[in-house]
Design a protein around this ligand. Structure first.
Ligand code: AMP
Length: 391
């Protein structure tokens, strides 16, 4: 989700700039001014209560604002993000917004304040008044609205400065000039986003080599639980010794071992400028799919792209059997019965996860036949598109 608030005095150009942002980033536009005018037009009890206040240029009570905002947000749960325009306008509304965002398991990502000198605001509003048909676009009311802004709204910036998401930009110049400045702030915010790819496929479908090549190419980190466990065994850590014992007895590694390893990887993220992750071998059960959602959410992130590498079964067995005779052989696929068990395990436990993702995110099938370069190219195109979608 991308949630942005446009802030600034009346006449700063919030509505004009909002149009471009909602189109470009598919945001749901919430303008409290528009919502109030709609209530007013429909002569609802809320509209009638706000009528006099709006006409005089004062601020409508927070109790009314919270009702219209909450209603609009809950009626649009499918929104990919919200653009708030003219809200929050008081300290209380800033707290309200924070609460509403927490309820949706997200947060406000940036508040963009358009700075325009007071006299320029007045002039712009007087010009707008010639065509807007808004009764509050006349000089006396405009002056009142600007006073309310100075006294009650401007201090709200401190709330966001403290949270490190306040961006004050020059709101003068042409619409395009201001748009460019806003776009720079939004692009910077988006560049912090993680792209999370889940790579599915039967054992032997080439996920390991593919994942490594693609991670290097796209600046992503490859999280392959099998490799992480092998690394623990190689380093002979306490976890490694437990895992070796489980492998030798033909048992599965429990989530209690795998999950902390993934959690530790995700925690390192901030230090190394990684753009996202490619997950392989996790989630392999429905339970693990819930765990991954939770782990990503902790980083205000989520799964973006799910891929399934498709290779015919006979070719899988041929590939795995050939590998078992090389030094790349894993302890769990050293002989045919073990290989068959792993394929069955995927069929029974992991295919249901893919079915679940099909409904939630869509799963892109990738033809896994051919050389590593050919398959990489197919996956790369999907990843590049996913990056474009995100930005
Ligand atoms: P706007 O269209 O944003 O300029 O808003 C027009 C008028 O609606 C304002 O002058 C206020 O009277 C009222 N209003 C809009 N949004 C809010 C808000 N968040 N809090 C209080 N009053 C608001």
């Amino acid at each position: 989700m991308l949630n942005i608030a446009l802030f600034g005095p009346p006449g700063a150009g919030k509505g004009t700039q909002a149009e471009d942002l909602i189109d470009k980033h598919r945001l749901f536009h919430i303008s409290t001014g528009d919502l109030l005018r709609k209530e007013l037009k429909e002569e609802t009890p809320l509209g009638l209560e706000a009528k006099e206040i709006i006409a005089s240029g004062g601020l409508v009570p927070d109790e009314i604002i919270v009702q219209i905002i909450e209603k609009t947000i809950t009626e649009n749960p499918q929104a990919g993000g919200f653009l708030f325009d003219g809200f929050p306008r008081t300290y209380i509304q800033a707290y309200i917004l924070e609460g509403l965002m927490i309820k949706l398991n997200t947060s406000l990502h940036c508040l963009i304040s358009l700075e325009v000198p007071e006299e320029e605001s007045v002039q712009r509003l007087l010009d707008r008044g010639k065509t807007s048909g808004r009764s509050d676009d006349n000089e006396t009311v405009i002056r009142n609205r600007l006073r309310e802004y100075r006294e009650k709204t401007l201090p709200v910036l401190n709330f966001y400065r403290e949270r490190g998401i306040c961006h004050e930009i020059d709101g003068t110049g042409t619409v395009e000039d201001v748009r460019g400045r806003i776009q720079r702030v939004v692009s910077e915010e988006l560049s912090k986003r993680l792209l999370n790819v889940v790579l599915f496929g039967y054992p032997g479908s080439g996920r390991g080599s593919l994942g490594m090549a693609l991670a290097a190419k796209h600046g992503l980190e490859f999280i392959a639980t099998g490799r992480m466990l092998a690394e623990e065994i190689r380093k002979d850590t306490e976890t490694g010794r437990r895992v070796r014992e489980l492998y030798e007895n033909g048992q599965l590694v429990p989530d209690e071992i795998v999950v902390p390893l993934i959690e530790a990887k995700l925690r390192q993220r901030n230090g190394n400028g990684v753009k996202g992750y490619i997950f392989k071998g996790f989630p392999r059960t429905l339970v693990q799919s819930y765990i991954l959602d939770g782990l990503l959410r902790k980083h205000d992130s989520a799964i973006n792209t799910v891929l399934e590498i498709e290779v015919p079964t006979l070719e899988l067995i041929t590939r795995l059997e050939a590998r078992s005779k090389t030094d790349r052989c894993m302890p769990y696929d050293s002989e045919l019965p073990k290989i068959v068990r792993r394929l069955e395990e995927h069929e029974n436990k992991t295919i249901p996860v893919i079915r679940k993702y099909e409904k939630l995110h869509g799963v892109t099938p990738i033809d896994g036949r051919g050389s590593l370069e050919e398959v990489s190219e197919r996956v790369s195109n999907v990843i590049e598109n996913a990056f474009k979608e995100m930005r």
